[in-house]
Design a protein around this ligand. Structure first.
Ligand SMILES: NC(=O)C1=CN([C@@H]2O[C@H](COP(=O)(O)OP(=O)(O)OC[C@H]3O[C@@H](n4cnc5c(N)ncnc54)[C@H](O)[C@@H]3O)[C@@H](O)[C@H]2O)C=CC1
Ligand SMILES: O=C(O)C(=O)Cc1ccc(O)cc1
Length: 306
């Protein structure tokens, strides 16, 4: 595979940054990858496991001379990290991110960036419930979507290079505007996570069902909820605080539908329930016929998947 960038800096060394590093290495896509994490413990762990070609003790040192800087921290921390690194960015460098919400990143990172630095926000639609520098693996992004969300003045050449990197990493790349991205993700990822958190909370509150019974008798649906509800609390707090409007919009629609189903159960309206479940079954079958494997444990699997 051909090299896309000479030097890339990864800021925040968790699941996404570590997976990016291993897949960049697998593909020989970058000359040198530097890394920075704010905690000394994370930097030590990264050095121990060979994560990044060089781990730096300051963000300034990590981004110095980097052609691409990728912010891999929770969405709520993006602005502060951008302010810290901005004075040290190389003129002509590209700055990107992997945050799950895009308008907030554009609003909080954009104002800190100096003239001559290209800003191309991005979001890989792949992840797990695990976090930290040891949780990454090279195959995470294979055949998954990565959405690029260029800002109005994003340089087309900078966008094309970032696209080449994500394609080299194994993803299918598409471009989308931030508002649309945040609404789509509220439907496909953010609200489902909130529902999983709620369902696990409800089971935990049910004193009649002991923990061991919940685990012993949990069928696949509830198990999937517990996996999703084990996701990183800081990351998901930030997702809901920053994608507030779209999540509330989808949640409003969700509760309306839930009340309609609740009413059908109370009144014994079997026809309504049957018609509803027939419609939702057709949606899933439609997804499968379109060639998308929705059995994957996460949302947003790419077209090329089996
Ligand atoms: N976990 C997932 O499934 C996915 C996550 N994302 C996005 O990727 C980004 C990173 O997520 P993960 O790698 O999963 O998280 P993680 O929790 O594994 O790693 C986050 C890293 O950021 C650092 N960090 C946290 N707060 C910070 C702050 N205030 N200043 C500087 N560094 C800070 C942490 O120490 C850690 O090194 C988030 O914005 C998330 O929304 C995107 C796709 C999937
Ligand atoms: O683990 C799962 O089920 C996921 O949904 C992974 C995920 C989490 C957050 C994202 O922004 C994108 C993908």
């Amino acid at each position: 595979m051909t090299q896309v960038y000479d030097r890339v800096a990864l800021i925040g060394l968790g699941l996404i940054a570590s997976s990016m590093f291993w897949s960049i290495k697998r593909g020989g896509l970058v000359g040198e990858v530097t890394g920075y994490a704010r905690s000394a413990e994370t930097r030590d762990t990264a050095r121990e496991i060979g994560l990044c070609d060089r781990i730096c003790d300051t963000a300034a040192e990590a981004v110095k001379d980097a052609d691409l800087v990728v912010l891999c921290v929770p969405v709520g921390a993006m602005g502060a990290v951008a302010a810290e690194i901005a004075p040290h960015l190389k003129p002509g460098a590209t700055i990107s991110d992997v945050g799950s919400v895009k308008q907030s990143v554009i609003d909080t990172v954009g104002p800190h960036l100096p003239e001559g630095v290209h800003f191309v926000p991005a979001h890989p639609l792949a992840g797990t419930e695990h976090s930290g520098p040891k949780s990454g693996f090279a195959e995470l992004f294979d055949n998954r979507w990565c959405l690029l969300v260029p800002v109005p003045n994003s340089d087309p050449e900078a966008v094309a290079k970032l696209r080449a990197l994500w394609e080299g990493i194994g993803s299918n790349v598409e471009e989308m505007d931030a508002e649309h991205h945040d609404l789509v993700l509220a439907v496909t990822s953010h609200t489902p996570h909130l529902i999983a958190y709620t369902m696990v909370g409800v089971a935990d509150d049910l004193r009649r069902v002991t923990d061991s019974e919940v685990i012993k008798y949990s069928a696949a649906g509830f198990r999937d909820f517990t996996r999703i509800a084990a996701s990183d609390p800081t990351m998901w707090r930030d997702v809901f605080l920053t994608n507030k409007d779209a999540t509330l919009e989808i949640l409003g629609r969700f509760t309306e539908e839930l009340f309609a189903l609740q009413r059908a159960i109370r009144t014994g309206d079997g026809d309504m329930l049957h018609a509803y479940f027939t419609r939702t079954r057709a949606i899933r079958r439609g997804i499968l016929e379109a060639g998308q494997d929705v059995d994957a444990p996460d949302f947003g699997r790419g077209k090329a998947a089996k």
